[in-house]
Write a protein that binds this ligand. Structure first.
Ligand SMILES: [Zn+2]
Length: 566
C-alpha cells in the first residue's frame, strides 16, 4: 500500500483530509504529521490488527486450499449476496473446530459442511462450526449470505459513486476481508481463488488473476476471474464500474509474454495512458534485479478506484485513486511501489503483520532502486534523503503504533540501503534474488530474511538487525566536533570526537565514512563505530577546511556538527 499525504500543494487540503497517515514524500513536509486528524482511523486500524481475538489460536492452524467467491452486487440497495465455498484441510484431524473470520452483520441464510446443513455460531467477526464429524481429508464449507458490508479500515468494501455512476471497490488490508466474505484472514494462509462478480451488464467487473469468462443473464453480467497462484485474503479485491480498458504486452527475459490490463474511468483514459506507459520498463528492471515477475501466467493490471489516499497492491490488479492519475507522471513513485509489491508482499508474503516492514520497506526501497537505475547514483541518494526523518523512530518488527506509519515504509527502506552497504552490492542483490526464489508464493518472517542475509553474505548480522529492526527504535543521533593542528611541514593532525546522543538504544554499531576536504583536496576514511563516544586522530597531508560524516548518505542517522575545528 502506498499512502500519500502531503505531496503537492495543489492537492494539499484534499489529500490531507482523506489520508490516514503521514507517509511524507517528494517535498520536505516530513515534519508535518497529521496525527490529530487521523487519530481515530489509525487507532481503529491498529486495534483490530493487534487484537488477538480476531485471529484465534485455532485459526492459525487452519489451511484453506481454495476460495470460490460468488458475489452479486446489489448496488441500488448497497447490499451484496454471497455464495462462498471454501475448501480446507480438515481441522478435525487436529481436534479443532472450524473457525473463520466473518463479520456478524452479514446474514447467513444457509451453511453446508460437505453438502449437509450444519449448526454454527457467530460472534463479532467469527463464524464457528463446533461439531465437525466429517472424517474426510478436506472439508468443503458453503456459506450463503446477504448484507451491507461494513466500510472499515481503509475502505474495506465501498458502494460509491463517480460522476453519478456506481463504483464498487474493496481494500481489505490488513484484516477486513471478512467484512465481505468468510475466510481465514491470515496473510500466511494463501489459497487459490475463483471470483465471480455479478453486476448490471453495463458494468465492468475486475479482480485478481485471469478473466475466464463473462456470462450474461437478463440485465446482469457475471465476470469469472481465477488465480493460478495462491493469494492471501488481504490481497483479494473486486472492482466494478464503468471502466475503459486499455492493454499492453510485456515480454519477460524468458520470452513469456503477459497482458497488462488497465481499467480506468473514461475521463482519465488519456492521462492514464501517459502515466502507465513506463510500467513495462519498470517490470523489466525489477525482473533483472529480483527475478521473473511472479504472476507471469496471470497479468499485471491497474484499476482506478475511489480510495483517495494512494494505491493498493492487490495481487495482479493494483488499485489507484483517481487523484493519482494526472497525465504528468506525478505519482510515478506510487506505481513503482505497487508493482514492486508483486515481488515483496504479494509473491513473498509476510508471515504475520509483525513483518509488514518486509512488504513496505522493500517496496519503498524498490522505488529508490528504480530511480538509481533511471538517473544514477545521485538520484538514489536524493531519494533516500527524501525518505529520512528523525520522527521515523519506531521499532520496525512488531511495531508499536500504526502498522502503516512512515517508519515502516521509510526506515524499512533505509534498513535495506544500510544492508547493501554492510554486505556490498553483489551480495545485496544476491540476497534479494535468493530471498525471492526461496519464499515466492509462500510467506517469510523477519527471521527468514535475516537467515538468507547471513547465509549469502557469510556475515553475522545479529547486531545489525537487532539495532535497526527487532529492538532499536530511536533514530541514531550523532554529534561530532573536530580540530586540527599542524604537526610538521605539510602534515596536519585532526582530532575527531563522535558522540551518539540517542537515549533508547546504545551504542549503535555501524561503518562511518569520514570525509576531509580543502579547496583542492578530498580524502575519505571509513571507520567502524561501536561505542557511544569515540575520539579518533587522523594525519592528513593537507590542511582540512571541512570534515563531513556520511557524505554519501548510507546511514539512517541525524548528524550534527558541534563546532568547527578552525
Ligand atoms: Zn506499500
Amino acid at each position: 500500500m502506498n499512502k500519500k499525504s502531503l505531496v503537492i500543494i495543489a492537492i494539499f487540503s484534499l489529500t490531507l483530509l482523506t489520508s490516514f497517515c503521514g507517509v511524507m514524500k517528494v517535498l520536505d513536509y516530513k515534519n508535518i504529521q497529521p496525527k490529530v486528524l487521523f487519530a481515530g482511523v489509525r487507532t481503529f486500524v491498529n486495534d483490530l490488527f493487534s487484537d488477538t481475538e480476531y485471529v484465534t489460536a485455532e485459526q492459525s492452524r487452519i489451511d484453506v486450499l481454495h476460495y470460490d467467491l460468488k458475489i452479486a452486487l446489489l448496488t441500488k440497495k448497497e447490499k451484496i449476496k454471497g455464495d462462498v465455498t471454501i475448501t480446507l484441510l480438515n481441522p478435525i484431524t487436529n481436534n479443532l473446530p472450524v473457525v473463520l473470520n466473518f463479520y456478524e452483520n452479514m446474514e447467513v441464510s444457509e451453511l453446508l459442511l460437505n453438502g449437509s446443513e450444519t449448526e454454527f455460531t457467530r460472534d463479532d467477526y467469527h463464524l464457528i462450526i463446533n461439531k465437525n464429524e466429517v472424517q474426510t481429508d478436506t472439508v468443503v464449507i458453503n456459506v450463503k449470505y446477504e448484507g451491507t458490508p461494513k466500510r472499515l479500515g481503509f475502505d474495506s468494501f465501498s458502494f460509491d459513486k463517480y460522476k453519478g455512476e456506481s463504483v464498487v471497490y474493496t481494500l481489505n488490508e490488513p484484516t477486513y476481508a471478512s467484512t465481505w466474505f468468510p475466510c481465514n484472514d491470515i496473510p500466511s494462509d494463501k489459497a487459490f481463488a475463483d471470483i465471480y462478480i455479478t453486476n448490471d451488464s453495463s458494468k465492468t467487473s475486475v479482480s485478481n488473476g485471469i478473466l475466464v469468462e463473462e456470462k450474461f443473464a437478463d440485465d446482469l453480467k457475471t465476470a469469472h476471474w481465477k488465480t493460478i497462484y495462491r493469494i492471501s485474503t488481504y490481497l483479494i479485491a473486486i472492482y466494478s464500474a464503468d471502466y475503459e480498458l486499455f492493454t499492453d504486452t510485456f515480454v519477460s527475459e524468458s520470452g513469456d509474454s503477459m497482458n497488462l490490463q488497465y481499467y480506468v474511468f473514461e475521463d482519465d483514459l488519456e492521462d492514464a495512458k501517459l502515466d502507465f506507459a513506463n510500467q513495462k520498463d519498470i517490470l523489466a528492471f525489477f525482473e533483472s534485479k529480483f527475478g521473473e515477475y511472479p504472476f507471469i501466467k496471470e497479468k499485471y493490471g491497474i484499476a482506478e478506484f475511489l480510495w483517495q489516499s494512494g494505491a493498493m497492491e492487490h495481487q495482479t490488479i493494483t488499485g489507484i485513486g483517481t487523484n493519482f492519475i494526472t497525465g504528468r507522471k506525478m505519482f510515478n513513485d506510487i506505481l513503482i511501489h505497487e508493482l514492486a509489491h508483486h515481488w515483496w508482499g504479494n509473491a513473498v508474503g509476510p508471515m504475520s503483520w509483525k513483518d509488514v516492514w518486509l512488504n513496505e520497506g522493500f517496496a519503498t526501497y524498490s522505488e529508490a532502486l528504480y530511480y538509481e537505475h533511471e538517473s544514477g547514483r545521485n538520484s538514489l541518494i536524493s531519494t533516500m534523503n527524501s525518505k529520512f526523518s528523525k520522527y521515523y523512530d519506531k521499532r520496525l518488527y512488531d511495531t508499536e503504533g500504526s502498522l502503516f506509519s512512515g517508519t515502516i515504509y521509510n526506515k524499512g527502506a533505509w534498513v535495506l540501503h544500510m544492508l547493501r552497504r554492510e554486505v556490498g552490492d553483489e551480495n545485496f542483490f544476491k540476497i534479494l534474488r535468493n530471498y525471492f526464489e526461496t519464499y515466492k508464493y509462500k510467506n517469510a518472517s523477519t527471521n527468514d530474511f535475516i537467515k538468507v542475509c547471513e547465509n549469502i553474505s557469510d556475515k553475522n548480522l545479529k547486531q545489525f538487525f537487532e539495532q535497526w529492526v527487532t529492538i532499536g527504535s530511536e533514530v541514531l543521533q550523532i554529534e561530532y566536533s573536530w580540530k586540527f593542528n599542524q604537526i610538521k611541514d605539510g602534515k596536519f593532525k585532526v582530532e575527531l570526537e563522535i558522540k551518539q546522543t540517542q537515549n533508547d538504544y546504545e551504542p549503535y554499531e555501524f561503518s562511518l565514512d569520514i570525509n576531509f576536504s580543502s579547496e583542492t583536496e578530498s580524502i575519505s576514511k571509513t571507520l567502524k563505530i561501536d561505542k557511544k563516544e569515540s575520539k579518533i586522530d587522523f594525519i592528513l597531508d593537507f590542511k582540512p577546511a571541512e570534515v563531513k560524516l556520511d557524505k554519501d548518505s548510507w546511514l539512517f542517522a541525524e548528524i550534527d556538527m558541534n563546532e568547527n575545528g578552525n
